[in-house]
Write a protein that binds this ligand. Structure first.
Ligand SMILES: [Zn+2]
Length: 390
């Protein structure tokens, strides 16, 4: 029977930026444990990745940059390329650990390209900020861009990438800004108010690829209903028009209200709704092919494990009901490690994710972004920016 691919290996916990860096791999460990305790992974073989090769990394990155990453743990300080900063501290085995993250997303992509799975999920992936020759935003190598590049050479020439992390998916957008075969869509907190300061509606792609970069910058405190209003006003129409052969989604969960690094106000219920929506869009417009990766998310105990358990469950068609209790085995484990942590009790935040579709005549703070983005890209896809039916 058809089974989606789930990539996981404890060795992925080696991508550890150390100390009290927010990108703490414990979030992956807690997610896999929660998914396991809930039975989401019962009978599902976990696919073990190999590190990406230098040739694979050089699909997107410069050779000098690879050399710098390899040498950084020995070089000490001032290695350049964005390495050795507060955001991107150097750690031992940095090259090997990051190459393994890339290998894990490549493995997921290969399973889909080979027809062995229609869907695949890799919560360790989603390093969407890494650039050709420098690290950025906790990301050393860009697994998303490398997997897209690989797919372009293996039978895919219309790839849609949707990025729901709270930060702009700048590394992936940059890698394919002038490539009309890749449609990148990013919903994120407005660049005026959050790093990396890009992702304006007017950033729409270059040359013959004009219209193939799409950005929806959302005001701080945007909550589930408004986020979903913006998503539905822009994304489905573009996917219907673009007709991708595969949907790739970066599913960062730092858009949550409790995330310490950003200011959107989504909930675990919002995330769960987003994943179900992405699944149905992949089924409808991408022949069922869906590759989902993780990304940001820094509320390590209360948010990431629950949201990404919902992600894995959605990919596997084993949806977890919101009112499901968080299993005692998971709570005991966390209590032992973090006795004072505030623990979640259910797989829900109790939020209402109903939204009012754009074009209802009402005003919503996200409508500015909706209008700007539709006007920037819809005409380039033969769509009417002012007609809510488009
Ligand atoms: Zn992020």
């Amino acid at each position: 029977m058809y089974q989606p691919a789930v990539v996981w290996d404890p060795a992925l916990l080696g991508y550890d930026l150390g100390g009290d860096h927010p990108f703490n791999p414990v979030r992956l460990q807690l997610t896999i444990r929660l998914a396991t305790e809930l039975g989401v992974l019962d009978g599902v073989p976990l696919l073990v990745p190999e590190p990406a090769t230098d040739d694979e990394l050089c699909r997107v990155h410069a050779e000098e940059y690879l050399s710098a990453v390899k040498q950084a743990p020995l070089a000490g300080w001032d290695v350049g390329h964005g390495l050795g900063t507060t955001d991107n501290p150097v750690f031992s085995d940095m090259h090997e650990a990051t190459a393994l993250v890339v290998g894990s997303t490549l493995l997921a992509a290969r399973k889909i390209a080979d027809g062995e799975a229609s869907r695949a999920v890799n919560i360790a992936g989603g390093l969407h900020h890494a650039m050709r020759d420098h690290a950025a935003g906790f990301c050393v190598y860009n697994d998303c861009a490398i997997a897209i590049s690989w797919l372009l050479d293996h039978g895919f020439d219309r790839i849609a990438y949707v990025d729901t992390d709270v930060h702009h998916g700048d590394g992936v957008q940059t890698a394919f800004y002038d490539d009309p075969r890749v449609l990148t869509i990013s919903l994120h907190q407005h660049p005026f108010t959050l790093w990396p300061g890009t992702g304006y509606s007017a950033e729409a792609g270059a040359g013959e690829a004009e219209g193939s970069a799409v950005n929806i910058p959302l005001p701080p405190r945007t909550a589930d209903p408004s986020w979903l209003r913006a998503f539905h006003a822009v994304v489905p129409s573009l996917l219907e028009e673009f007709q991708p052969q595969i949907l790739i989604t970066q599913c960062g969960v730092d858009s949550h209200d409790e995330d310490p690094l950003a200011d959107l106000s989504l909930t675990v219920d919002g995330h769960r709704t987003i994943y179900a929506t992405l699944r149905s869009l992949a089924d409808r417009y991408a022949g069922g092919k869906w590759l989902a990766v993780g990304g940001g998310g820094y509320q390590l105990i209360r948010v990431v494990p629950r949201s990404w358990t919902h992600l894995i469950a959605t990919v596997l068609d084993r949806d977890v009901k919101p009112e499901t209790k968080v299993p005692p085995g998971w709570l005991d484990m966390v209590r032992k490690a973090a006795p004072h942590a505030d623990l979640p009790t259910e797989m829900t935040d109790g939020a209402d994710t109903n939204y009012r579709p754009w074009g209802d005549g009402d005003d919503d703070p996200v409508d500015v972004a909706i209008r700007d983005t539709r006007r920037a890209v819809f005409p380039l896809h033969g769509l009417d920016p002012d007609d809510p039916r488009d």
